[in-house]
Design a protein around this ligand. Structure first.
Ligand code: FES
Length: 117
């Protein structure tokens, strides 16, 4: 089954910050523009459900706005608690739209949506 969901236009995620997207079924994802490549994680922090999409992004690392845990948005790794990673999801671009598949965890080195120059 095709699990790709349209979550917006490629112009929306700006560099240096996340973008929370609330899906119709209640799930939340967060988009991150890392030097022109999109990555997608679950928006819900594994600590106590802070909004990762509202966090500060520096390189591949987002800092949760609630208590400061840091996550690699490409791999999902938690720098503070390696036993508490966040889920990462595949992203792709199609005709200027961002598609994510939140039902299928990505491989850590999996494809991101390249936004181009
Ligand atoms: S909820 Fe994210 S660090 Fe506490």
């Amino acid at each position: 089954m095709d699990g790709w969901i349209d979550v917006g236009t490629q112009e929306e995620p700006t560099r240096g910050r996340g973008l929370a997207v609330f899906l119709e079924d209640g799930r939340e994802v967060a988009l991150f523009n890392v030097e022109g490549t999109l990555h997608c994680t679950n928006n819900v922090c594994p600590h106590v459900r802070g909004p990762l999409g509202d966090g500060h992004l520096e390189g591949e690392i987002v800092t949760c706005p609630w208590h400061g845990w840091q996550f690699n948005v490409r791999t999902g790794e938690c720098l503070d608690r390696p036993d508490r990673p966040v889920a990462v999801y595949p992203v792709r671009l199609e005709e200027g739209r961002i598609l994510v598949d939140p039902g299928r965890p990505a491989q850590p080195s999996g494809p991101g949506g390249a936004l181009g120059a």
